[in-house]
Design a protein. Structure first.
Length: 300
């Protein structure tokens, strides 16, 4: 409840007026003329009940005003306490929400540390990458250094690669100097040497669609396809081979022919039935096989 200070002032003034009136009555009685003492005494004797009633009424009014002032003070104190409690409650709620957000972010980082960088990017990251070439170049260089740095944890290196790919997508680039074979080779080595199956899959997924065209990448995917015992990893290897084949057709005819020849040989001479089955899913139909044969012979 809001307390009007003017109301308190009016009540105090009314109380003071009542007290002044009371004092005025007393003074008037004490300063009367001596010649009228007897007459006044008689009159006072006659009016005594009325004066006493007035004094009692004034005293009651003063007490009521004092009580109302006390009540207003108490209400003001209550309102002030309520405001303080509301402010404390608001701060408590904000603190709980902030802690909850931190717990969610920590859980996300724990379950998928390779994408943890998303939560740590500045809010204006995308805009700065697009609008500030120097910032984009700086970030690409830093991310490359982090990916190639053997003193950085595997998770941080893979997260750096994901961020580098994100930056490429933001800029709508198909390639960039900072993302070359050294980067892909580094991540391949991390995957092959890792004893963490989840990390291995995440790493291979990150490079399965790499824009880098290099026959050494074809060889690495072929090695995974022929030697890994995880069916999903082998499928990722096939995906990586197919991506190399299709991307080469955009402008590197010699490389396209080289990859097509490799895939055709792999298809015709599989190391085991699993490899044959996986390649059949991609090149098994007659039309696709003829297209692959055409590229392998140097045609289009």
């Amino acid at each position: 409840m809001f307390i009007n200070k003017s109301s308190v002032t009016i009540m105090l003034a009314a109380g003071a007026m009542a007290i002044s009136t009371y004092n005025l009555v007393i003074i008037t009685k004490l300063t009367a003329n001596d010649t009228n003492v007897v007459q006044k005494s008689q009159s006072m004797s006659a009016d005594a009940p009325a004066d006493d009633e007035l004094i009692n009424q004034l005293q009651q009014n003063v007490m009521k005003l004092q009580q109302q002032v006390m009540e207003l003070k108490q209400q003001r104190l209550t309102v002030s306490n309520d405001i303080d409690k509301q402010a404390d409650l608001k701060q408590l709620v904000l603190a709980v929400l902030a802690e909850k957000e931190q717990q969610v972010q920590a859980k996300m980082r724990a379950s998928n540390p390779y994408h943890a960088f998303y939560s740590e990017l500045p809010d204006d990251y995308e805009l700065r990458i697009k609008s500030d070439p120097h910032y984009a170049q700086k970030m690409a260089t830093q991310l490359r250094e982090q990916i190639l740095n053997p003193n950085v944890s595997d998770e941080e290196r893979l997260a750096a690669l994901n961020q580098l790919q994100l930056s490429m997508n933001i800029l709508n680039k198909q390639s960039m100097p900072e993302y070359d074979f050294a980067i892909v080779d580094s991540v391949f080595n991390l995957a092959i040497n890792s004893t963490d199956g989840n990390f291995k899959i995440q790493a291979i997924e990150s490079v399965a669609q790499t824009p880098v065209l290099d026959y050494r990448i074809v060889e690495k995917f072929t090695q995974l396809l022929e030697t890994d015992n995880n069916d999903y990893v082998r499928r990722l290897a096939v995906q990586g081979l197919v991506m190399q084949y299709y991307q080469a057709q955009n402008g590197q005819s010699n490389y396209s022919q080289q990859v097509a020849q490799h895939l055709l040989t792999l298809y015709q001479n599989p190391t085991d039935n699993d490899v044959k089955t996986l390649l059949d899913e991609v090149f098994g139909n007659q039309k696709m096989l003829e297209k692959l044969q055409g590229h392998a012979s140097g045609g289009s």
